[in-house]
Design a binder for this molecule. Sequence first.
Ligand code: FE2
Length: 257
Amino acid sequence: MLYHVLAVGDVVSEPGLAHLEKTLRPLKKLKNIAFTVVNGENAAAVGLTPEQAERIYDAGADVITLGNHSFDKPQIVDFLDEHSYILRPANYTRRAPGRGWGIYDLNGIRIRVVNLIGRCNLNWGADNPFTVVDQLLTGEKTDFTLIDFHAQATSEKLAMGYFLDGRVSALWGTHTHVPTADERVYPNGTGYITDLGMTGAVESVLGVKPEQSVEMFLGGLPGRFRAPEGPVKLQGAVFTLDSATGLCVGVERVDIR
Ligand code: FE2
């Protein structure tokens, strides 16, 4: 049987959250989505609050993944321990709060979701994501395995795709907020895209007011990041998975404005 899994790119600030609340359920209906994973680590620009995590969940996410800003809002720490639907990278050290992976039930179909963080130009303090995920995959068997690899370098994400090809159902990248046009099924059956893109303001630099970003690159002080008003988008990808094999048969990018 085929299942459609939706992965949504990093939700940025209030415009992204409000757009997610408005568009996610109609999109799920339109694409017949069975399971949804949303990256939420920028819901408060940097980090997210428990209220924002609840809003993403109530909007229709089954699992929320995070990344380098996982703990930027200290009030999220207890929430990570208390709620199994929110994940921070699995290759953070053992002392980090929360969990990095979970197994979720979809009417008898078991789905493992793993959140990983890259180390190239991002978080050299994290454990090696390749060896951590390799170890994780020796655990309990599930029907599907989904990976959100929150990483900066396209090379690190592509290499992870080849490393896991045929062993996981789908692997997508997050963090750079710019969608890549390389969605495909890898030779051994893993669905892949280097980056999903973002959910938030269209006229922005990764969700931040362009003039603030320009000021920063000119060497000035941009002030507290603010999200622009105006048009918004939701970007992500739909992976069509086959429960007979646990692998992917098709990937389609989505961009809802
Ligand atoms: Fe990030």
